[in-house]
Write a protein that binds this ligand. Structure first.
Ligand code: EPU
Length: 337
């Protein structure tokens, strides 16, 4: 294991904040995972796995070992008349993997095109967009259980996926993911019901979209609404969309008839946090180096020199104003360290 010390994490997270990491190592093989974890246990130091750092905010120096996950490879492990089974290295770039599958004609994850990050990070927060969540295509997850030091393969149900949630968030830092197994469809049912997808396909006069048409439409929507982290530091949605009981939703809707929400069960509604934030006056607002993105209020951006602490404090102000105006507590989607 090759260790680096006291490195700047600026280039390793999409927020681009200049915090430091005490120890840092690149992981290319599964054996190196064991070595790194054993080293951390001996030194009694915490560890942290970084993919592309697209869902993390460092608010202070990290005093443990950062493992930059670089295990790559897409392997077909099985195939039937209707399905393809793939095992994919945790360090594989997510969008590269999606594009590979789209090109092969294997469906299931095309709506998740252009989401920043790595394959290994995708089950942790159960990435989702445009009516699809990654859990629908995951068969199992291979990880080192750092409590027992055994390799485990957790089935889809063992991963206990939820909205931007999973076992890997509930038992934070216990499982170190090295590969994800996917099941993709050879004759996929495309999911085009989301409003802006329909609009784009209609504009382009595409009646029977292919996987590539759908993926391109998603790329177009994302690039028009979300900032490119290589141009403007950000971590996508900073907050989760909150859920509310039907009764509370109806009460709120009475007071704010324009409220945007949709039912997710007979008794629960999901609110568009972006609308709540926008309606507290944050959309496009800027305080020093930090701002609320002008095309999507769920996204907090770093205009260049912001510290993690400044970004965190800005998010706290947003949470407080949404609480004051709507009596709703917003939860952060981004991992805060
Ligand atoms: N809206 C506003 N103001 C805003 C933003 C949104 O009024 O500033 C309204 C929109 O007009 C729309 C509704 O809120 O009616 C929903 O907006 P959008 O379709 O942009 O989706 P979202 O709920 O804001 C979620 C995900 C995104 C994902 C999109 C598309 C979460 C926290 N975010 O955003 O995920 O791309 O849906 O499916 O669930 C991410 O997780 O990093 C992410 C970008």
């Amino acid at each position: 294991m090759r260790l680096e010390e006291n490195i700047s994490l600026k280039q390793y997270t999409t927020f681009g904040c200049n915090e430091t990491g005490r120890y840092f190592t690149n992981i290319k093989k599964t054996e190196e995972v064991i070595e790194a974890i054993t080293w951390c246990k001996e030194k009694q130091l915490p560890y942290l796995v970084l993919g592309t750092g697209s869902n993390i905010l460092f608010t202070k120096p990290f005093e443990g070992l950062i493992l930059k996950m670089g295990i790559i490879g897409i392997n077909k492990t099985n195939e039937t008349a209707t399905e393809v089974f793939l095992s994919v290295g945790a360090g594989e770039n997510w969008h590269h993997f999606v594009s590979y599958c789209v090109q092969k004609g294997w469906g299931g994850i095309e709506n998740l095109s252009l989401i920043p990050g790595t394959v290994g990070a995708s089950p942790i927060q159960n990435i989702g967009a445009y009516g699809v969540e990654v859990q629908e295509s995951i068969e199992s997850v291979t990880a080192l259980d750092t409590q027992t030091n055994h390799w485990v393969t957790l089935s889809n149900s063992e991963c206990t996926f939820g909205y931007r949630n999973s076992l890997f968030k509930k038992e934070k830092n216990r499982y170190l993911i090295t590969a994800v197994q996917f099941i993709l469809k050879k004759q996929p049912q495309l999911r085009t019901e989301y409003g802006s997808i329909k609009e784009i396909l209609h504009e382009k006069n595409i009646k029977n979209p292919s996987l590539a048409d759908l993926s391109n439409a998603i790329v177009q929507i994302r690039t028009s609404k979300l900032p490119d982290p290589s141009q403007l530091g950000n971590a996508g949605s900073f907050f989760k969309n909150p859920s509310l009981s039907k009764t509370n939703f109806e009460e709120l809707k009475n007071n704010f008839p324009e409220l945007i929400a949709y039912p997710i069960s007979d008794d629960t509604y999901k609110l568009a946090a972006g609308w709540l934030i926008e309606n507290c006056g944050w959309k496009g607002a800027r305080k020093g180096n930090v701002g609320c993105y002008d095309k999507q209020s769920l996204v907090i951006v770093n205009y260049g020199q912001a510290t993690g602490k400044e970004i965190y404090d800005f998010s706290e102000e947003i949470i407080q104003s949404v609480l004051t105006k709507f009596n709703i507590v917003l939860e952060r989607e981004v991992n805060i360290l």
